[in-house]
Ligand binder design. Structure first.
Ligand SMILES: NC(=O)c1ccc[n+]([C@@H]2O[C@H](COP(=O)([O-])OP(=O)(O)OC[C@H]3O[C@@H](n4cnc5c(N)ncnc54)[C@H](OP(=O)(O)O)[C@@H]3O)[C@@H](O)[C@H]2O)c1
Length: 287
């Protein structure tokens, strides 16, 4: 009988790719958690059914987890993400969910680490302590960030306070492929993986690649920390989340995000995507 999987964050960068990768398989039935009907349509498939899900609404969570065996857990980027995640774990356990595959972040196991890592670590520990089977995916920064968060602006510039820090960015499709492996086999039970792309590169190098594939000028401008902080505050981001992002920028600038692991290759059997391939595949996003 097909295994029922609930994918949270199903409309997001990683969850949407997990749903796509599970679509059409006859060994799984997928519930794609969504909070707006408008976004549900494109997720539908013969084995994929959208289900109403909102982290702040317990009654919807209870309905969504009923009868589910495996859960792909993505927490929202909010200061109460640990509490929201823990409540979902409680409901999942009560409903008989067996295995949680949690989207975490590289560095979640570093003590004391940064706030973003601590949020993930606290929830990882909560899941491990729940007695449920788990798999923790700890990816580095996503290549999609160059589309979603820091694409070249109208002036062609990418403004980041990263200095010459190099990072082994990873493509979301590689994270999704690892998630699918964890959700569809027992080989990754009670394991945690640091997931990276195949090489570390600077924002300047990324800008050059984006410029080549898009045919438009793209430059990196290394901005002072205070300017980056102000820009996020001006966008209306809560101060606590801005502080968390500034800590992340600092470790990226210091070059701590440059480690390359072989986890994607070992788990999926294929090498992770290079940024050049990713950029060619997504060139339209920068045109
Ligand atoms: N970006 C990076 O470089 C990076 C690196 C490592 C780890 N991570 C981790 O990855 C996670 C984010 O994954 P992502 O980028 O795939 O997410 P995302 O694209 O930001 O999407 C967030 C998803 O969560 C849903 N969501 C938000 N608030 C919700 C709520 N209150 N109730 C129900 N659903 C809600 C969104 O639904 P809507 O579409 O309706 O908004 C969307 O599907 C975070 O935990 C982050 O720490 C990110």
């Amino acid at each position: 009988m097909a295994t029922t999987i609930l994918v949270t964050g199903a409309t997001g960068t990683i969850g949407s790719q997990v749903v796509s990768a599970l679509k059409g398989r006859n060994d799984v039935t997928v519930r794609a958690a969504v909070r707006s009907a408008a976004k549900a349509e494109s997720l539908k498939g013969a084995n994929v059914t959208p289900v109403d899900f909102e982290y702040t609404k317990p009654e919807l969570i209870q309905k969504a987890v009923a009868g589910v065996e495996k859960l792909f857990l993505v927490t929202p980027f909010t200061p109460d993400q640990v509490d929201l995640g823990a409540r979902l774990v409680d409901f999942a356990k009560a409903a008989g969910v067996k295995h949680i595959v949690k989207l975490s972040a590289m560095g979640a196991d570093f003590e004391p680490g940064i706030q973003l890592g601590r949020w993930h670590r606290t929830l990882e520990r909560y899941i491990a302590g729940s007695g449920l089977t788990y798999t923790f995916l700890r990816p580095n920064n996503f290549m999609e960030n160059f589309i979603n968060f820091y694409p070249p602006g109208k002036d062609g510039n990418i403004y980041l306070p990263w200095g010459q820090g190099a990072c082994s960015f990873i493509a979301g499709s590689d994270i999704a492929a690892v998630a699918v492996a964890a959700l569809t086999s027992s080989a990754h039970e009670n394991k945690a993986y640091n997931l990276t792309g195949p090489e570390a590169f600077t924002i300047g190098q990324a800008a050059a690649t984006i410029g080549e594939v898009s045919g438009k000028k793209a430059n990196y401008v290394d901005v002072p920390e205070a300017a980056a902080q102000k820009a996020m505050l001006d966008m209306g981001m809560p101060a606590g989340l801005v502080d968390a992002m500034m800590e992340l920028h600092a470790i990226d600038k210091a070059g701590y995000a440059g480690e390359v692991t072989d986890a994607v290759k070992k788990i999926t059997g294929r090498a992770p995507m290079t940024f050049a391939s990713f950029a060619r595949q997504h060139a339209a996003a920068w045109k």
